[in-house]
Design a protein around this ligand. Sequence first.
Ligand SMILES: O=C(O)CCC(=O)C(=O)O
Length: 247
Amino acid sequence: MTLSPEQVDEFRENGFVNAGRLFTNDELETIGREYDRLVTFEAQTLGNEKDGVYPYRAMLNFRSPALAKILTHPAMLEIARQLVGPDVRFFWDQGINKAPGSGSPIPWHQDNGYHSGGCPEFLTTWLALDDSRLENGGLQVLPGSHKRGHREHALETVHYYVPDVDARDAVELPARAGDTLVFSTLLLHQTVGNHTSDRQRRAWVIQYGPADAKNFTTDEPYDDRPWVLRDGTPVDPPYAERRFQLS
Ligand SMILES: O=C(O)CCC(=O)C(=O)O
């Protein structure tokens, strides 16, 4: 499964594209089951009590061999190869469930904003495990905003955000259950609260980056992130020079 030339153009122009269904029904069922085991209100929540918290869990791949296998799924590696290049590391994954009544938004940000010190543009994939629309906590994006480069972020609780976003040109980025959205980590995006009483909005985010990426401030390589592609060939199992510490 590869992105068509039109999809690649769309990604380069707008900063995002819907890659469609990359996984079989069986794979989606396994992902959903493991996700539901790991991303629970009991394990960890983010957001604020007033608006309604939501389940969150970082690095699901550490906790589930079945999910770890998805990081090197051929369809994911093909997209990483097309959009990042022949030498790619896995950077990060996280599960976010805007459950019914989880009204807390995640404010406008670029995913690069979460890397203090700054780093090169990388790639976010966002697998929708449920239909995602604005009423149940879906995504809004600013098309083309990735072309304007890095924006200054402020920090509130655990969220980095861009305070002065002109959101007049924002559009909804809907997804059907099973779709994988792909976006630049420089794309400005936010997710709103889930104001439904019965429609959860589960997403599993997986990120890949250029293997030679270095932190802009410290000049440190991201060599604690495992290689998944080297010279365009899958590195399986993924391999990192240093052990990654999840703080
Ligand atoms: O899924 C969400 O609610 C937020 C996703 C997001 O903003 C991100 O992964 O950067």
